[in-house]
Design a binder for this molecule. Structure first.
Ligand code: ZN
Length: 272
């Protein structure tokens, strides 16, 4: 049985969605990862974040910016919205509709995982080929055999596979790597620009597709249905339209938000 939604939080979210003033936002306490995990543990299965009982159609375990794997869930509307956001981020990264891609993310319960990537590629009308992590020569050999059939021009990768594949040779190099990173990958998020690597930030208990790099490489464009703030130098996010809606989540990423126009033409502000 699901825990009853917290009515105060739901009323507050409605006001925030309606365009509350920054002063109203600042009255909501910032939620650290440990707070989120503790709330879910105290009120299983998903905490009191406005869940509607029969609305949920997928569950998984989130680990990004959390002290332990924590159950999260998505409604049909959540999955549709995430697929559309993911399609936009992958397209911004350089994967065209009807493009060919392969991904190395974990499957099953893990978020961010290959299910979310496949949904986004489906929304983009691009070819998906989930292949699992590639971290040794035997794994690469197996992947190459499949890639010879499909010839992906983009690889969507987890950090460990990115490190292995960029150092490896003897395989057809893709035109680009789209790297799905979480706050645990702070060094990669802060690393110098690599022309063939497009970084995408994922914090699944807030949103699988939080922000993504464009070819101008001037920061990561933020998704437009998430309220983003910088509090004490740290990124704080509120998903505005999700079935499970924690407010003002500190996602353990340091940065600033640059609202100035990007040369790529995309008007969304960038995390830099
Ligand atoms: Zn841009």
């Amino acid at each position: 049985m699901l825990a009853a939604p917290n009515k105060d939080a739901a009323a507050l979210l409605a006001r925030l969605r309606a365009g509350a003033a920054p002063s109203e936002w600042s009255r909501v306490p910032v939620l650290r990862g440990a707070d989120f995990a503790a709330e879910v543990e105290a009120h299983p299965p998903f905490g009191r974040y406005g869940v509607l009982a029969d609305d949920l159609i997928r569950t998984g375990l989130a680990t990004a910016a959390l002290p332990r794997p924590t159950p999260i869930a998505w409604s049909r509307a959540d999955l549709d919205r995430e697929a559309a956001l993911g399609a936009r981020m992958l397209r911004r990264a350089g994967l065209a509709p009807r493009g060919r891609s392969s991904d190395t993310l974990d499957g099953g319960l893990v978020a961010p995982g290959t299910l979310a990537v496949t949904d986004a590629l489906d929304a983009l009308d691009a070819l998906a080929l989930p292949i699992g992590p590639i971290v040794d020569p035997a794994g690469l050999k197996r992947a190459v055999e499949v890639w010879e059939i499909v010839r992906p021009d983009a690889l969507i990768v987890d950090p460990a596979s990115l490190a292995f594949l960029r150092a490896a040779d003897g395989y057809p190099r893709p035109r680009l790597f789209a790297a799905i990173l979480t706050p645990a990958d702070a060094a990669l998020l802060a690393a110098p620009v690599e022309r063939d690597v497009m970084r995408i930030l994922s914090v699944p208990h807030v949103g699988t597709w939080i922000a993504g790099e464009c070819p101008a490489h001037t920061g990561l464009h933020l998704a437009d249905d998430i309220h983003a703030e910088i509090v004490d130098g740290r990124l704080v996010l509120t998903p505005l339209h999700r079935a499970i809606t924690p407010l003002r989540v500190d996602v353990d990423v340091r940065g600033t938000i640059d609202p100035s126009p990007c040369s790529c033409g995309d008007p969304s502000p960038r995390l830099v």
